[in-house]
Ligand binder design. Structure first.
Ligand SMILES: [Zn+2]
Length: 233
């Protein structure tokens, strides 16, 4: 197998293990994917496979029309693939997508206030969050509508449902997802305090977001994540 594809497979398998380690997977209902560099082929979670059992070999390879490019005997949940494929079609800058129903992001997805920028870490996502209205289970093709709602943002809260995180690489997307879920946990607990929240002025929000974008080192944190899941087996 080509070295570049091998690298993507290895990283995407690790990302599944990290999601499982933190307990952000949910039976067989959530999914991660990555686009092969300089290609329209994507790798995605195999159907009915526990995240901790996802390997470089059982990932499913599709083209952007959803046609199978792999013949490893594994298939993909059709409506799951649809969300990823439609987003990759319209956002050439996106190379990885994570969709989960992780608890704290899902709680925030159900609040009319949505995500709030109350902490330093939350400002990583300043002006970079979109929302998509809930309209029942995604049995129909909802991918195009979700991609449309995402627009040019990095994160989408699927209202009353869960979250979709995107990035320019597997490392970047996983790091965003990590920070987003943690920020949502902090926000949920902050909202439980019966005290007023200190407001962060808009200009400071913008400045901090720009600072975060400047010092981004997702490969460093990814090495940490890889080490973490290797150590727990
Ligand atoms: Zn979902």
């Amino acid at each position: 197998m080509h070295a570049i594809e091998n690298d993507v497979r290895q990283k995407l398998a690790i990302a599944h293990h990290v999601i499982a380690y933190y307990g952000w997977d949910e039976l067989v209902a959530t999914h991660l994917s990555a686009r092969m560099p300089d290609s329209d082929a994507i790798l995605i979670t195999p159907k009915n496979t526990a995240f901790k059992n996802v390997t470089e070999e059982n990932l499913v390879k599709l083209n952007l029309d959803g046609e199978y490019l792999s013949d490893n005997g594994h298939t993909v949940l059709e409506q799951a693939a649809n969300i990823h494929l439609e987003t990759y079609k319209v956002r050439r800058d996106i190379h990885s997508i994570i969709h989960t129903h992780s608890m704290y992001s899902t709680i925030i997805s159900s609040l009319t206030t949505g995500f709030k920028f109350t902490t330093q870490h939350s400002l990583r996502f300043y002006d970079d969050i979109a929302y998509h209205p809930f309209d029942g289970l995604a049995f129909e093709n909802e991918g195009a509508a979700i991609a449309n709602s995402l627009g040019n943002k990095r994160v989408l809260f699927a209202n009353n449902h869960g979250v979709i995180t995107t990035g320019g690489s597997i490392e970047e997307t996983l790091l965003y997802h990590y920070h987003l879920e943690n920020c949502c946990e902090t926000l949920v607990k902050t909202l439980q305090c019966s005290e007023e929240i200190i407001d962060i002025p808009d200009d400071i929000c913008k400045l901090t977001k720009a600072q975060f974008d400047k010092i981004k080192t997702p490969h460093v944190e990814f090495a940490y994540f890889a080490d973490l899941v290797r150590s727990v087996g």
